[in-house]
Design a protein around this ligand. Structure first.
Ligand SMILES: *Cc1c(COP(=O)(O)O)cnc(C)c1O
Length: 356
């Protein structure tokens, strides 16, 4: 499924590399960026020549639409390197499809596939040295689109910029994670844009998350906006529950983001003959399962952390802690997904994408 070279990406190389200044043993997530970035402008009704240039600040008018109306979408993906120096990605077509789905909802023009893959692969090859081999090391890739047209009229802009920036990352472990089941604030509503990776969806979470942090919770478990009766997802992760030996996760909808890690875990579980149920999950069901001990595991799934085991949760002032399990699903899935991503094992699902 390789793109053909329909477009020539114009490349302006950095004269010096900043890589020597980077301490790869102590990376702060998302703080350091590689030498180059991909930029493509949309104007006069079409995407212009894609370019790669040195990572640098950009200049926009204060009236640019994105600053006022938040017309912006993004993606989060990763590149990995195997022990032979091969660069790999995980299901990247799905990230392109999703950013275009998000873009459509925000009235942003879709980005052409060949531009995306030519740009991304050229960028990864140029900044190849920034991708370190070894399980846990990766290059976090952040494609995003912003409305750049100058003017404060509240309507869809006519000018945009598509970027890809990259940040080296280490395996992410934020310590023991405890989540608060939220009943006051909502993340997304039916008919809204919760399914899109649209900037405002995240900005709106920071305040309730700060309040939860004051009570000792790292993230929030969002519930449906109508009755707060069903579990939706957490932060930037889809949620999974292991009740006895069945894996349960909420269905994707207009309020739950269709995570690539989530759908991969569902396939992986089926492959291992683990019973999986994709269905609405009631808050009460999870609370009852925690009380009677049938809730064996709970974890978040997303590109940044792959799988983030949840140690406990809070609901209406009550706190629940999960016992440690032997033969954990979270550990099994994390190991198998990572082995596929780093080219350690066979990939029966066809998820791996080799950059050559
Ligand atoms: C990005 C994201 C996820 C995880 O998606 P992946 O494709 O697995 O990285 C889950 N929920 C939300 C709200 C997200 O933004």
């Amino acid at each position: 499924m390789k793109s053909t070279a329909l477009t020539a990406v114009q490349i302006e190389k950095a004269t010096t590399s900043r890589i020597r200044q980077v301490d790869f043993e102590n990376l702060d997530f998302g703080k350091v960026f590689t030498d180059h970035m991909f930029v493509c402008e949309f104007k006069n009704g079409s995407w212009q020549t894609p370019t790669i240039k040195p990572y640098q600040a950009i200049s926009l008018f204060p009236s640019a639409s994105v600053f006022h109306y938040g017309q912006a979408v993004f993606e989060g993906m990763k590149a990995y390197k195997d022990d032979n120096g091969k660069i790999l990605m995980f299901r990247p077509e799905d990230n392109l499809d999703r950013i275009n789905k998000s873009a459509k909802r925000m009235a942003i023009p879709e980005f052409p596939k060949e531009f995306f893959f030519d740009g991304l692969e050229s960028l990864l090859k140029l900044d190849n040295e920034w991708i370190k081999p070894g399980i846990g090391n990766s290059l976090y890739i952040r494609p995003f689109v912003i409305a750049t047209e100058a003017g404060v009229r509240a309507s869809a802009a006519k000018e945009y910029m598509f970027f890809i920036i990259c940040s080296p990352a280490q395996s992410y472990y934020g310590g023991e994670v405890r989540l608060k089941i939220e009943e006051e604030f909502s993340r997304a509503a039916p008919g809204g844009f919760g399914y899109a990776k649209a900037a405002g969806n995240y900005g709106g979470q920071f305040y309730p998350t700060q309040l939860a942090a004051e009570q000792g919770f790292q993230q929030i478990i969002w519930t449906d906006a109508k009755n707060h009766e069903y579990i939706e997802e957490a932060g930037t992760m889809n949620l999974f529950f292991r009740i006895n030996d069945t894996l349960v996760t909420g269905p994707t909808s207009d309020t739950i983001l269709d995570g690539i890690t989530r759908k991969s875990l569902i396939e992986l579980a089926k492959y291992h003959n683990i019973k999986v149920e994709e269905r609405p999950v009631k808050v009460n069901e999870v609370v009852e399962a925690a009380k009677d001990g049938s809730l064996k595991e709970m974890f978040g799934a997303g590109t940044a952390a792959v799988i983030n085991p949840v140690k406990g949760f809070g609901f209406r002032g009550e706190r629940f802690e999960l016992e440690n399990v032997t033969n954990s699903y979270a550990s099994l899935f994390k190991k198998e997904l990572t082995n596929i991503q780093y080219n350690v094992t066979a990939d029966p699902f066809g998820w791996r994408y080799v950059v050559e």
